[in-house]
Design a protein around this ligand. Structure first.
Ligand SMILES: N[C@@H](CCC(=O)N[C@@H](CSS)C(=O)NCC(=O)O)C(=O)O
Length: 302
């Protein structure tokens, strides 16, 4: 099996991370979180539970730094993951309005700016990605999104690619249905999945615009997400109910839409009757070029 084909770390291209173009799983990383859970098994159950739902995770033994960040206008989650040793970092789904907060956090934590990669799970319709501005704010970082999104970016991802940061990597799984280009990013030990809008906590992304297709979404979630280990933590791009994390097992058992048959699911999705996202007309064109590159951007003037 070939491993790294497109090297995107520092050198000539100065790119942010290593994208493996082969679907090679990193067996040496498997079970890192299970190991940590094992080490906590003698704790009081309450401690175990609070660790599980802890949104700021710094695993001292494995050295994974993890932050879940929230943007309240669009109820979007941005995720920062980094290798605490090498300081290489990945930022998933940054939002324009919170670029300064995220850039400062990257700096405060001493993460290597040249390898802070803003990766988008898809071309969002409800907010403008922070990617373009982050590239200005943190020179040397690069944008990444799926090729099928149709958006321009420094790195185009496809099924099985790996975005590497230090000894960690995110496996890109194509999960179309909400949009054609949606991707779920799975941490190499399969302890965390960043599902974008494909799978939300007790919900899923709508399928009534941007190439949305309910049956494709059903297949994506069942084949690419529900097949992950039950204890795998599910981190969505949005939550509108105040929740922050779920697990594959919980969603397989309790998701009110995706526990249904395909026919029932399609009927539910075709009858959601949700209002269009308020920002859709500005967000989609901007996100097709990976966001605003002009730091004087103003929603009312531009
Ligand atoms: N009110 C918000 C948009 C809310 C919305 O439509 N969310 C999307 C994801 S962002 S395109 C969605 O798929 N929701 C699924 C659901 O069941 O709520 C706004 O105006 O921005």
């Amino acid at each position: 099996m070939s491993s790294a084909v497109l090297r995107t770390s520092k050198p000539a291209l100065g790119f942010a991370s290593l994208v493996r173009l082969a679907g090679q799983s990193n067996g040496s990383q498997a079970g890192l979180t299970r190991t940590l859970l094992g080490s906590l098994s003698s704790c009081h159950p309450l401690h175990r539970r609070s660790w599980r739902h802890y949104s700021v995770r710094m695993d001292q033994r494995t050295g994974l730094l993890f932050r879940q960040l929230f943007e309240s206008q669009s109820s979007t989650y941005t995720y920062l993951l980094a290798d605490a040793q090498t300081r290489e970092a990945v930022l998933i789904d940054p939002v324009l309005e919170t670029v300064e907060r995220d850039a400062r956090l990257v700096e405060d934590l001493g993460l290597n700016l040249t390898i802070a990669d803003p990766v988008n799970t898809h071309c969002h319709a409800d907010h403008i990605t922070g990617t373009g501005l982050l590239k200005k704010r943190l020179p040397g970082c690069h944008s990444a999104i799926s090729k099928d999104s149709g958006a321009t970016a420094d790195i185009h991802l496809k099924e099985g690619d790996r975005v590497t940061f230090g000894k960690y990597s995110l496996e890109a799984r194509a999960t179309p249905g909400h949009t054609d280009g949606c991707m779920t990013f799975v941490l190499n030990d399969q302890s965390m999945a960043f599902t974008g809008d494909a799978l939300l906590i007790r919900g899923c992304g709508r399928t009534d615009f941007q190439q949305g297709c309910a049956s494709a979404l059903y297949e994506s979630v069942h084949k690419k997400i529900f097949t992950l280990p039950g204890e795998c933590l599910v981190y969505p791009a949005h939550d509108y109910t105040g929740q922050s994390v779920s697990t594959v097992d919980e969603e397989r058992r309790l998701n009110p839409r995706l526990t249904k048959s395909l026919e029932e699911f399609v009927k539910i999705m075709n009858n959601l009757n949700l209002p269009k996202p308020k920002q859709i007309d500005v967000a989609v064109p901007a996100n097709l070029v990976c966001g605003i590159q002009n730091d004087h951007y103003c929603a009312d003037c531009d």
